[in-house]
Design a binder for this molecule. Structure first.
Ligand code: AP5
Ligand code: ZN
Length: 215
């Protein structure tokens, strides 16, 4: 299955992506994760992306699209994938459509995680990420008393772009550039919106229920 997850910063795309991808045995391809790995690895790609990410702006399309094209060309993505964080604007969506068509493929479904702005701010301010396994935690909702990952013993850190003023700017960028994707995919007839509030497992169950007719 070929799936795109769309939703504002903090909607839970990364959280849900890890469960959905493992349930379907398809790779989770997160452009944010790939950029962050390149920034911490000090690569040329990371150098190009860092200033945009620190401000909460989108990395230029040509950089992002080239990276996604390479990743989708890898062997493990041939039988399906879950994209988290891409596409992020209508030009990226149009390019993805053309790219897949070149390979005689198309998206099966776009899941929109629907959640309001207050909840998003609450989620992002408490988010912590494991520096070893990448698992996403929340200080309150996961009742974290220390900064150690319960899964692997790695250290939890706060993302640089989760500072309040950057979060606010990311939400503006979402409203201006990313939210038009919802209409784009509704017009394509492949958009399904899911209520992304409530416990993580409930949201996962709603997502899996939406995917079931396609399995
Ligand atoms: P990216 O990493 O994609 O960030 P984002 O879209 O802003 O999304 P987030 O990762 O902040 O949120 P999420 O929806 O994954 O939420 P999460 O699951 O962590 O992108 C970062 C940057 O990279 C961009 O700003 C841009 O610069 C660049 N970039 C990336 N892709 C690009 C592209 N295509 N083009 C150009 N630039 C690009 O959850 C948040 C918190 O809430 C966690 O603490 C979690 O534990 C908690 N939580 C989740 N679900 C629940 C729940 N149901 N109940 C309670 N808590 C929950
Ligand atoms: Zn870990």
């Amino acid at each position: 299955m070929r799936i795109v997850l769309v939703g504002p910063p903090g909607a839970g795309k990364g959280t849900q992506a890890q469960f959905i991808a493992s349930h379907l045995s398809i790779p989770k391809i997160s452009t944010g994760d790939i950029f962050r790995a390149n920034v911490s690895g000090g690569t040329e790609l990371g150098r190009q992306a860092k200033a945009y990410m620190d401000r909460g702006d989108l990395v230029p399309d040509e950089v992002t699209i080239a990276m996604v094209r390479d990743r989708l060309g890898e062997d493990d993505a041939q039988d399906g994938f879950l994209l988290d964080g891409f596409p992020r604007n209508v030009p990226q969506a149009e390019t993805l459509k053309k790219m897949l068509a070149e390979w005689d493929l198309r998206l099966d479904i776009v899941l929109e995680l629907v959640v309001d702005e207050d909840e998003v701010v609450r989620r992002l301010s408490g988010r912590r990420t494991c520096d070893k396994c990448g698992r996403i935690w929340h200080v309150d909702f996961d009742d974290k008393q220390d900064d150690i990952c319960d899964d692997c013993g790695g250290h939890l850190f706060q993302r640089d772009d989760d500072k309040e003023e950057v979060v606010r700017h990311r939400l503006e960028v979402y409203a201006e550039q990313t939210s038009p994707l919802v209409q784009f995919y509704a017009d394509e007839g492949i958009l399904v919106g899911i209520d992304a509030t409530g416990p993580v497992e409930e949201v996962t169950n709603r997502a899996l229920a939406a995917l079931r007719p396609l399995e």
